[in-house]
Design a protein around this ligand. Structure first.
Ligand SMILES: [Zn+2]
Ligand SMILES: [Zn+2]
Length: 277
């Protein structure tokens, strides 16, 4: 019995998921989740990817006019078994800030995750991004610096998605990520989140990739707490039913260890604090 909310998941409204929304909901019910928020990708200005020419500019866009009726109909259908909220994972890029603002203004989302998927016109998922830097450590530092800039330019979202997930894609097998190497910039990011009232997401997608820490690392969650941060959201970032609520049995322990007693679920863009089970 998981008894938690998974507030970061993808469906076939996302370019990189083929899962019909209903399958994600059924999986959430099977896994004993209390509620979910569907947060499909909306990455405006997604650049062309030389490694993947099929991935065109609209790959990570969805049509809210189709999304809302579909999700709301399912929310109604499953209302006795699972609470279903509407959300979006908005890809942040400084030059897209105005367009992102318009996306949010138009929608009736319960929850808006802001994530940095593109840095300097390239997705760090691809090796060509990492090749721009002398070493992986400098690449990761740059990712965090750009994250900080994005929050400064566009603090209009509810939770920062998977803060240190860029390390999942580091191409140097010898590189060992230590969050402490970036404590200065991370402290600036976390302080700004706190000041702006933006939540920090605990994303368990890392466990899917075989890593032993959530995104962000427990040390960053502790640092956020020590700076006065209280707003943590939880998501598995599932793109298929298998990964809904992934490793959620570990989440209450991780958060308690980091000094938290509650987590947050956003409804109509407002956080509700729920006690950790
Ligand atoms: Zn993401
Ligand atoms: Zn995601």
């Amino acid at each position: 019995m998981t008894n938690l909310w998974d507030t970061h998941m993808h469906t076939s409204f996302s370019g990189d998921s083929k899962t019909p929304p209903e399958e994600q909901l059924r999986s959430a019910i099977e896994k004993g989740l209390t509620g979910v928020c569907i947060t499909d990708h909306m990455d405006l200005d997604f650049p062309p990817v030389p490694e993947n020419p099929e991935l065109t500019g609209d790959f990570f866009l969805f049509d809210p006019k189709k999304y809302f009726p579909a999700i709301r109909a399912l929310a109604e259908k499953y209302r006795d078994r699972l609470t279903v909220l509407t959300g979006i994972e908005l890809g942040l890029q400084t030059q897209a800030a105005e367009k992102n603002r318009a996306v949010i203004a138009e929608g009736g989302y319960d929850f808006v995750i802001g994530s940095i998927h593109v840095v300097d016109g390239c997705d760090p998922y691809y090796a060509s991004w990492w090749e721009r830097f002398p070493d992986a450590k400098q690449a990761v530092r740059h990712y965090f610096e750009v994250t900080l800039e994005n929050i400064r330019d566009f603090p209009a979202f509810d939770a920062l998605g998977h803060l240190d997930y860029v390390v999942r894609y580091a191409k140097d097998p010898l590189y060992r990520y230590r969050w402490e190497d970036f404590e200065d910039v991370l402290e600036a990011i976390l302080s700004l989140l706190i000041k702006k009232g933006i939540a920090l997401e605990l994303n368990t997608g890392a466990f899917r990739a075989g890593l032993h820490h959530p995104n962000p690392d427990e040390g960053i969650l502790k640092l956020y707490r020590s700076l006065g941060g209280e707003l943590v959201t939880i998501g598995a970032d599932a793109h298929n039913p298998l990964h809904v609520g992934l490793a959620f049995d570990r989440v209450p322990g991780i958060l308690r260890e980091c000094g938290f007693t509650h987590y947050a679920v956003y409804k109509k863009r407002k956080p509700e604090f729920l006690p950790l089970p």
